[in-house]
Design a protein around this ligand. Sequence first.
Ligand code: SAM
Length: 284
Amino acid sequence: MAALIKWKNHHIEDVEVNLLLNALNERYGYDFSGYARASLKRRLLGLMHYFDVGHLSQLIPIVLYDEEIAQTVINSISVPTSEFFRDPGVWYYFRTTILPQLASFPRINIWQAGCGYGQEAYSLAILLHETGLLKRSRIFSSDINPLFLDNAQRGCWPVRYKQQWSDNYAQAGGSGDFADFFIEKNNDIAIRDEFKQPIEFIQHNLVVDDVFKEMQLVICRNVLLYFGNTLQEHVVDLLARSLERGGYLLLGRGENIVDLPEKHPQLELLDSSLQLYRKLIGVS
Ligand SMILES: C[S@@+](CC[C@H](N)C(=O)[O-])C[C@H]1O[C@@H](n2cnc3c(N)ncnc32)[C@H](O)[C@@H]1O
């Protein structure tokens, strides 16, 4: 039975998913109905295990009346996983090829959508700093989840990630000491204030909110993979409309959006392994 997913003693039916998503939307204004069902169900199964309920529908009255549990459910659906210089090859290409081209703009406006805990926005700030472009750059970093945005704004992460992120930085072409970008205290690394200055963290929902106008660069990595085809199409259109002509769009590596070139002819594919696009000159 396709509509039924089983895991140990737990099972999920489509009707329960719909009812839970309706509850989250009606009560808290989060519309997850266009998200890809298979991965959504996997995360909901994890939540059933966590809350030890045999049926997903048991969570519905709980999320309606318990905001803390509802937030746990929302956090689990929105997945903030990230890293500094995640997919270092992409950042290397950015440093060596894209940023030199952006350097000709007097102001560089960047929209980074789906920022999680902020690692990607600050990676960008570090790169702009190292290429001498930070002072004339503005990064609008957005996410659906205000809790993630608070964390991103704080700019603090457990020190145990430092080595892995430092390796990413080096593979991305960084030649400095990664530790210099942080202050280390109480088992955390906190990003230095100078990298916070050009970033504005903004709550923005890709499902319902509008464009950011006239961006030279839009980055939306590892977000679209959680969306179903129709929502992906809507969001790629939103991202493309946010770009200035000639501006760049970077999606996540491996996020091969179905029929993107056919459905979005205003975008030219520059590199399929990087999922890097450019908005054509002569379109709006
Ligand atoms: C896996 S993280 C990606 C973080 C970062 N872009 C990266 O690639 O490392 C996905 C982020 O997308 C955000 N997100 C999910 N749905 C969203 C929506 N409808 N609008 C805006 N952000 C959304 C989540 O809250 C989460 O922070």
